[in-house]
Design a protein around this ligand. Structure first.
Ligand code: ADP
Ligand code: MG
Ligand code: MG
Length: 249
């Protein structure tokens, strides 16, 4: 069983610390929530894992083998995919839905006759149908709604047969029905042995779908639950740095 580990991750932006030596791990077939106030460092930690940022210190390994992740391409080659919080920056607005979903395949295509557009469209149609998302594959992404854009990112990240998938606040733009569909997709990934890192502020969905919770505060990991949390005070007190009762007497 695969395990991805981050150890002693340190990162500062212009001398201002964002991560102060964070240890974090996620196992294959686990949905691991990352929880913490805005600015705690969740996205920064994940961007180090996806090669979007470089660490100042610390290491990343899968099954004890050190990884060198210097770029998003390195991360993808290691089987790490991400549904980014900043939806728009991860999409190419003037390309179609199909092209954005299959972007990695398009980028890898070389030569003049390698891209067969009808096939790209039908492949994207199949993917969207399987996921139960109704979006026209030829539509330009700049004409898509925010929830459609989020579904495109979800489709792109999950179609890659990744070993680990990160979802950074994925439900914010989604309807209830789309959220439930996402949770089914995550359950299928988990069943297939994918390790999932799930960032959200929405406690009900975290309690519904996650196996463990890691709580971050001020650039540090302050707690990881042993199992799916059953104790709200355990979670909230680590987020606040004091117990629920102390905060709200
Ligand atoms: P979270 O995802 O938990 O809300 P972030 O990882 O986005 O937190 O941010 C952690 C800290 O790092 C914040 O103080 C934020 O302002 C800072 N930070 C994140 N990305 C950058 C960046 N590209 N440049 C400067 N500061 C950044
Ligand atoms: Mg934030
Ligand atoms: Mg964030």
């Amino acid at each position: 069983m695969s395990i991805l580990q981050m150890k002693g991750i340190v990162k500062a932006f212009s001398g201002v610390p964002a991560l102060r030596g964070v240890d974090f791990e996620v196992k294959a077939g686990e949905v691991h929530a990352l929880l913490g106030a805005n600015g705690a460092g969740k996205s920064t930690l994940m961007k180090i894992l996806t090669g979007a940022y470089q660490t100042d210190e610390g290491s990343i390994s899968i099954d004890g083998e050190q990884l060198q992740i210097h770029s998003p391409q390195d991360a993808k080659a290691q089987g790490v995919q991400c549904v980014y919080q900043e939806v728009d920056t991860a999409l190419i607005p003037y390309l179609s839905v199909a092209e954005n979903i299959l972007l990695d395949q398009l980028v890898q295509a070389k030569g003049t006759d390698l891209i067969r557009w009808p096939r790209i469209y039908s492949q994207a149609e199949d993917i969207l149908r399987e996921f139960g998302f109704s979006i026209s594959v030829k539509k330009q992404v700049e004409a898509c709604t925010l929830s459609e854009k989020q579904l495109i990112l979800i489709a792109r990240a999950t179609v890659q047969k990744a070993k680990f998938v990160i979802f950074d606040e994925p439900t914010a733009p989604l309807s209830n029905r789309e959220c439930e569909r996402l949770f089914q997709i995550i359950a299928q990934l988990k069943q297939a042995g994918v390790g999932i890192i799930y960032i959200s502020h929405r406690l009900p969905e975290i309690f519904q779908i996650c196996d463990r919770i890691t709580i971050m505060r001020d650039g540090q990991r302050v707690h990881t639950t042993e199992t799916a949390a059953t104790d709200m005070d355990e979670v909230i007190s680590h987020m606040l740095g004091k117990s629920f009762a102390e905060e709200f007497p």
